[in-house]
Design a binder for this molecule. Structure first.
Ligand code: NAD
Length: 418
């Protein structure tokens, strides 16, 4: 949709705020606003039953004036938004690792994106790769094994790679993608240590490519609203956060339970969403934390953590009481208490069906494909040459907190973060 005539447009306040309000520098404000809002990733929906009234010119002179205004305004909009016209081609991406997330969430989400297209595959399994290549029409010359991945440098159809491998492989493939001159979107957790995160950031900076971490919740409307409620102090300053995310993990032989591949257990896999949420809701880094760990199945969780509870204190005085586990289903929530009220997301961190409410009632927000939103955002960052809001620095900040949590467990006492 290229234009919503001003008389009939109904704009969400958050969308208007995201583009800096109603434009005053073009004569076709409705057209300008429609383009700006879509560029920010919002969808414009057409309502066939909407009724509205608009001005009809009463003389030839008024008609000519209206038409001139419209034509001139259109030219102004084309000039103002020329970056989009120049880069109409969607960014091509290579999926690196074709496991569950790639096949069941990312590949389908790609069909819903506006700015991305799947142009290459990277896998260690020839049958999986050829099945996906056939389904998504990827030529054999754009299919790579882990060994010949570096040849991707010669593929002009690949603008960025999306790394969907076990955590221990994120750092290596980020470094190789950067050397190949490709931008990198990397799954969470960014890597297995702060040291690796730092090396990934430095490698991408050296190569002049962008690095973002796939923190899908930061683009999800309920999380965006929760951030707004917290940052704008809608119910006063935030005072207390309680957040938990866990699930009952199956197969004891999987990589998620091997320290060398996963780096840790529930905390690295899903507890990281809780760390992220506490950080983006407060807009602060924790200055102090205390963590404890429990294991009810020592054989299954021999190498990695099963259940961790931790408390973080932020500089403003906010306390976040958090937990994560690999043994029970159904805990997936984030509750925020402020001076004059509260709000919560529950379920909070799922792929689908996020729900939110405040002390005043339910949040009535659309359900979206988080993966499509994060992909389009990264593609826009590449085109517009601006850093992602979920850049490598965000992944590094989470990893600092995670390492401090493990340190606190090991020492049996609180840890101060610098
Ligand atoms: P998965 O086990 O389903 O897939 C992993 C892929 O890596 C497979 O294709 C496998 O063949 C390949 N692989 C290569 N070397 C391997 C090795 N040595 N051992 C095991 N597998 C190996 O895992 P997944 O669920 O797709 O997770 C991939 C990444 O995505 C992880 O970093 C995970 O944390 C992340 N993830 C993110 C979300 C999210 O919501 N953002 C959800 C799930 C997973």
């Amino acid at each position: 949709m290229t234009v919503v005539p001003g008389a009939v447009g109904a704009w969400r306040r958050a969308a208007l705020d995201a583009v800096g309000g109603y434009p005053e520098d073009t004569l076709a404000e409705d057209q300008d606003l429609t383009i700006a809002i879509q560029t920010q990733g919002y969808r414009v929906q057409f309502d066939p039953s909407a009724v509205a009234w608009t001005e009809a010119p009463e003389s030839f002179r008024a008609l000519a004036k209206q038409r001139f205004r419209w034509a001139f305004g259109t030219l102004q909009c084309l000039w103002k938004h020329r970056a989009i016209l120049r880069t109409r081609r969607p960014s091509g991406l290579a999926l690196v690792g074709l496991g569950s997330l790639s096949q069941n969430q990312i590949a389908p989400a790609l069909l819903k994106t506006k700015q991305c297209r799947l142009t290459a595959l990277v896998s260690g399994s020839a049958p999986t790769m050829s099945a996906l290549a056939a389904r998504y029409k990827i030529s054999a010359s754009s299919c790579y094994t882990y060994d010949d991945f570096d040849r991707i440098a010669e593929n002009p159809d690949v603008d960025f790679v999306f790394i969907e491998l076990p955590n221990s492989m994120h750092a290596e493939f980020t470094a190789r993608a950067a050397r190949a001159g490709k931008h990198v979107l990397c799954e969470k957790p960014m890597a297995n240590s702060v040291k690796e995160c730092r090396a990934m950031i430095a490698g991408c900076e050296r190569a002049g490519v962008q690095l973002a971490i796939a923190y899908r919740c930061q683009f999800e409307p309920h999380h965006v609203e929760a951030m707004r409620l917290a940052h704008e102090r809608v119910f006063g300053a935030v005072k207390f956060i309680e957040a938990s995310f866990g699930f009952r993990i199956g197969d004891a032989g999987q990589w998620r339970l091997k320290k060398s591949l996963a780096g840790g257990g529930a905390l690295m896999d899903v507890g990281i969403y809780v760390v992220q949420a506490a950080r983006y809701l407060t807009g602060e880094e924790p200055e102090w934390l205390f963590a404890t760990e429990a294991k009810t199945d020592r054989a299954k969780f021999k190498e990695v953590d099963e259940t961790i509870c931790w408390t973080m204190k932020f500089p403003s005085g906010v306390i976040a009481n958090c937990s994560t586990n690999y043994v029970v289903n159904g805990i997936d929530r984030c509750w925020v208490g402020a001076e004059r009220g509260w709000f919560e997301l529950n379920p909070a961190f799922n792929y689908t069906r996020i729900e939110g409410r405040t002390c005043e009632g339910p949040m009535r927000l659309p359900q979206t494909d988080h993966f499509a939103l994060e992909l389009d955002d990264f593609a826009r960052c590449i085109v517009e040459k601006r850093p992602s809001r979920v850049s490598g620095a965000e992944g590094l900040a989470d990893m600092k907190v995670i390492e401090a949590i493990y340190k606190s467990i090991e020492r049996g006492k609180p840890v101060t973060l610098r």
